[in-house]
Design a protein around this ligand. Structure first.
Ligand code: GDP
Ligand code: IMO
Ligand code: MG
Length: 429
């Protein structure tokens, strides 16, 4: 068997969590391969809403195993907050959750350092979720990190303290007063204490060599779905650098993040919104700072699942989408939140970019270039509720035209259309 992949094609929050949950009944195993608790994946069903940060979105199906892969970085405190939240709803997530021994740990001082470094950046801050993502991946690649497999080592506390002291020295060096910083309303010291409690609980979870586990499962004919976090335009290599996250969010990240050969990758699904959003700083050429942008934010409830920050909204960017489809090798597209555009008389789409009078070929390297202009094409809106639609074949003509227009422009089929946050509001071909 092969590993299928679901990932985001824009700046994150495309609706990956919902789609992974919808796909889960068809898979034996769901595996996260990168990112950490900067992710916020929302799943809604039966009138309930859950937001997952570290746990894969297949957790609501007890017969499916959920793997936190080696490429993910874990804050044990946040992981157990999620677990306890699910337990409070009568679930037992520990029963079908597996954690890679090779996944790196986010230390409280990684979070502190994230806050300190963002503060020193001033106006050019990344707009990080402040979950310690950048500093933790920096230590991973700098070969200083601590991994899940180290928590039972006799020298774990010594290594923890040595790394923490390095972080604190850096924090002091940039003149950041850490006594004022709060983590989930806790002081650094109080958070650290709770973090260690969570590390002790982590020892009770099913900790495995996930690369061996997954390859063996594939050999035995089990089906695996890899769940991406963030989105292609936040990829550390191909996103709007430096306003990106610190991992490879693209399909190539699946191989390193799970220990899977490229030969074992199967169908790659790309999730995108019918428009664009971005949370945090960085260029966003099709952003709408007007009534249309506000209308999208309100009707799409565009507020961050992890930080609650208002998401910036704008029109669909086709050069960006084509770039993302190319790099990920997308087979099948999934368009989300079509319902958010129900009340737009006209819908604009960026079809290409211009720089001065020159047409830009493809997706520009420097999205911040002040001479860069998105060129729009206007499409008719459908101006109706989609509540009665049950299949992709029975949607209003103007929406069918919008779908066809995107398919023709991108060269891949839209096989699923999402028209609401609930599991059931999903139209398939
Ligand atoms: P993810 O990070 O890619 O999993 O996406 P998020 O969960 O951060 O953000 C997507 C938001 O849109 C969540 O609040 C979802 O409940 C919601 N959502 C998903 N699909 C749809 C849809 O088709 N229509 C509407 N209106 N909301 C949706
Ligand atoms: P999901 O998986 C949207 C953004 C942050 C910031 C930048 C760097 O829910 O789609 P980081 O915390 O990684 O240092 O932040 O990336 N960002 C996301 N935006 N969805 C996400 O995840 C994100 N994860 C990080 O807002 O601009
Ligand atoms: Mg999200």
């Amino acid at each position: 068997m092969k590993v299928d992949v679901i990932l985001g094609l824009q700046w994150g929050d495309e609706g990956k969590g919902k789609i992974v949950d919808v796909f889960t009944p068809h898979y034996d195993i769901i595996a996260r391969f990168q990112g950490g608790p900067n992710a916020g994946h929302t799943i809604e069903f039966g009138g309930k809403k859950f937001v997952l940060h570290t746990i894969p979105s297949g957790i609501f199906h007890p017969q499916t195993l959920n793997v936190i892969g080696n490429g993910v970085i874990i804050d044990p405190f946040i992981l157990f907050k999620e677990i306890d939240n699910l337990r409070a709803s009568g679930m037992h997530p520990e029963a079908n959750l597996l954690v890679s021994r090779r996944a790196h740990l986010i230390l409280p001082s990684h979070r502190l350092l994230d806050a300190a470094l963002e503060t020193t950046k001033g106006a050019s801050k990344i707009g990080s979720t402040l979950k310690g993502i950048g500093p933790c991946y920096t230590d991973k690649y700098g070969r200083n990190g601590l991994r899940v497999g180290n928590i039972s080592d006799t020298d774990f506390n010594d290594r923890y303290n040595a790394l923490k002291e390095e972080h604190l020295a850096l924090v002091a060096h940039v003149g950041f007063d850490h006594s004022l910083q709060r983590f989930d309303a806790l002081s650094f010291e109080a958070y650290e204490e709770k973090w260690f409690d969570a590390v002790n609980r982590l020892k009770e979870l099913n900790i495995i060599d996930s690369e061996t586990f997954l390859n063996k499962a594939l050999d035995e004919g089990k089906s695996v779905l890899a769940e991406g976090a963030q989105g292609t335009l936040l990829d550390v290599d191909f996103g709007s650098y430096p306003y990106v996250t610190s991992s490879n969010t693209i399909s190539a990240g699946v191989c390193a993040g799970l220990g899977i050969s490229p030969r074992r990758i199967g169908t790659i699904y790309g999730v995108f919104k019918a428009y664009c959003t971005r949370v945090g700083s960085g260029p966003f050429p099709t952003e709408l700072n007007d009534e249309d942008g506000t209308k999208m934010r309100v009707s799409g409830n565009e507020f961050g699942s992890t930080t609650g920050r208002p998401r910036r909204c704008g029109w669909l960017d086709l050069p960006a989408l084509r770039y993302a489809v190319m790099m990920n090798g997308i087979d099948s597209l999934i368009m989300m939140k079509a319902d958010v555009l129900n009340n737009f008389q006209d819908i604009k789409v960026c079809t290409y970019y211009k720089s001065g009078d020159m047409t830009v070929d493809g997706f520009p390297f420097d999205l911040s270039d002040p001479g860069l202009q998105p060129v729009y094409e206007k499409r008719s809106g459908w101006n109706c509720d989609l509540g009665n639609c049950t299949t992709l074949e029975h949607i209003p003509a103007a929406l069918a035209d919008y779908v066809k227009f995107i398919e023709n422009s991108v060269g891949k089929p839209i096989d699923i259309l999402s028209i609401g946050p609930d599991r059931t509001q999903t139209l398939k071909r």
